[in-house]
Design a protein around this ligand. Structure first.
Ligand SMILES: *[C@@H]1O[C@H](CO)[C@@H](O)[C@H](O)[C@H]1NC(C)=O
Ligand SMILES: *[C@@H]1O[C@H](CO)[C@@H](O)[C@H](O)[C@H]1NC(C)=O
Ligand SMILES: *[C@@H]1O[C@H](CO)[C@@H](O)[C@H](O)[C@H]1NC(C)=O
Ligand SMILES: *[C@@H]1O[C@H](CO)[C@@H](O)[C@H](O)[C@H]1NC(C)=O
Length: 455
């Protein structure tokens, strides 16, 4: 079997599980340290538009911004800073970086907390490289043809490549995206996007291989189109969720809802199927879950390969609207053949989002996030290797944009817990160990994994 490195980088999202709290056997707060760092008032806010990460030497890349009065845009400056392990914060310059200033305008121009059009990510790679996404929209003629690009930048701030990702359009002072997503498949990154934002059935893909140094490069003619005709069976604008498979492909989860359930027909069907880019084939969709509860829809699905490499574990988030009983969620294990191994109803709650992350020394954390007006509330439960509840992760309120950083070097979870014009505080949490030192196992934490509608 080919080893898909991205299995290491898997994450499950779910909504908070209050029911599990009934089984609390012990509870303790985890020790955490607060460290305050000074910053300049020019770096007024922390940007929501970066998947915060660390370089392999432990240095964190932070992005700030400063809105310009009444323009709907931020100062045309990336405001990037490096936070070294010794606590020094210094300016990070990307050499020769110059993009049209419209990129610094906010998606919701009237909201100063809204993201701009520049995105930064390390694609979950934990290497000395990262990626800046931007649009080459003309500031003087915004309706002229333009599109999205990705820059590869190294930790010295040198731009190594600039690749075209596909066209976008401009309408009513906004960029109308066909914003795609990179997926790692076997040994390459594929950038998938919808060709027509109103037609989820047709995706385009572009393949980026890796050089021996780990740089992305786009080979000529390595692009194509995928037709997802099987999506005919889903209700037209229900979301589609994707996940990486064990063996070089992509899996999809999608759903069809009916207004009423009958004896013969449930009110909701959830399907899964797989795509293999080698032979450009989709497998036949199979049903992984049905329910007769009226007015129930699928609003979230996160799947990861299970640790034995034989199937998948998914967390489905369902919402029942009439009567409004909020979110509930389920843990389902299935194989690629379509057989269901396990189904657990985890409970229901009002949290907006939850992440499952393996801990550095065994066990896992279910982290719940409740979005509040200008902040979010984070809480969680920790389980041991046998899925037995161990302890609570006490609730903490974070200011927007609710930054959580996986400190994979010190084996801690870190959060930006306070921000003022002149400083910010990082809280750093120690987590329990369920195996001995030296038996370090893989983990992954990525609260920024956005659920991509249609892809
Ligand atoms: C902190 O580390 C950085 C990078 O290694 C170095 O340039 C800087 O001088 C250090 N600062 C202090 C106060 O030690
Ligand atoms: C953006 O880049 C594309 C691809 O290189 C090019 O065709 C287009 O003219 C550019 N648009 C602008 C406004 O520079
Ligand atoms: C243009 O955007 C504004 C706010 O961004 C919105 O109120 C307005 O309805 C939009 N107009 C059109 C024609 O879409
Ligand atoms: C399915 O759910 C969507 C979203 O809630 C709703 O708009 C639609 O009417 C439902 N479809 C049917 C056939 O009930």
């Amino acid at each position: 079997m080919k080893l898909n490195l991205n299995r290491k980088f898997s994450v499950l999202f779910m909504i908070s599980i209050n029911i599990l709290l009934l089984f609390v056997v012990k509870t303790y707060a985890y020790a955490y340290n607060n460290t305050a760092y000074n910053k300049s008032e020019d770096d007024l806010y922390i940007s929501p538009n970066i998947e915060y990460f660390m370089f392999p030497d432990g240095t964190k890349l932070l992005r700030f911004y400063r809105p310009m009065d009444d323009t709907g845009c931020n100062e045309p400056n990336l405001h990037l800073k490096l936070l070294y392990k010794n606590g020094t914060l210094s300016t990070f310059n990307v050499q020769d970086f110059s993009v049209p200033t419209f990129n610094y305008c906010r998606l919701d121009q009237s909201n100063i907390l809204s993201p701009d059009y520049i995105k930064i990510s390390n694609l979950g790679r934990n290497i000395d490289l990262f990626y800046i996404f931007y649009y080459n929209i003309s500031d003087t003629a915004p309706t002229a043809p333009f599109g999205r690009f990705v820059l590869e930048v190294n930790s010295d701030g040198n731009i190594l490549s600039n690749n075209w990702l596909g066209p976008a359009s401009y309408h009513n002072y906004s960029i109308i995206g066909r914003e795609g997503k990179f997926k790692y498949i076997y040994d390459s990154y594929y950038y998938f996007q919808l060709i027509d934002i109103y037609d989820p059935k047709i995706l385009s893909w572009q393949k980026f291989s890796l050089t021996t140094n780990g740089n992305l490069y786009n080979q000529e003619n390595d692009y194509g189109i995928i037709n997802r005709d099987h999506l005919d069976i889903q209700f037209f604008n229900n979301p589609i969720f994707s996940f990486q498979t064990i063996d070089d492909g992509i899996g999809f989860i999608y759903s069809k809802n009916y207004s009423t359930a009958t004896n013969l027909q449930p009110s909701l069907y959830i399907y899964a199927n797989f795509y293999n880019p080698d032979n450009d084939e989709f497998t036949n969709p199979f049903i992984v879950y049905t329910t007769n509860v009226q007015d129930t829809i699928l609003t979230g699905a996160i799947c990861v390969p299970d640790i034995f490499g034989i199937g998948y574990k998914c967390i489905f988030q369902l919402q029942t609207t009439t009567p409004d009983i909020g979110h509930s969620f389920l843990l389902i294990s299935f194989r690629s053949s379509g057989s269901i191994d396990d189904l657990e109803i985890l409970g229901s709650s009002s949290a907006d989002l939850a992440v499952r992350t393996n801990l550095y020394y065994g066990g896992y954390l279910l982290l719940y996030k409740n979005n509040l007006q200008n902040s979010c509330e984070i809480s969680g439960n920790i389980y041991d290797n046998n899925n037995i509840f161990n302890s609570n992760f006490d609730s903490i309120t974070l200011p927007n944009p609710c930054v959580i950083i996986d400190n994979y070097i010190d084996n801690k979870i870190e959060m930006i817990s306070n921000i003022t014009p002149t400083n910010f505080i990082i809280s750093s949490f120690d987590l329990p160990k369920f195996i001995n030192d030296g038996e370090y196992i893989y983990h992954y934490m990525n609260i920024y994994c956005i659920i991509y509608i249609f892809l």
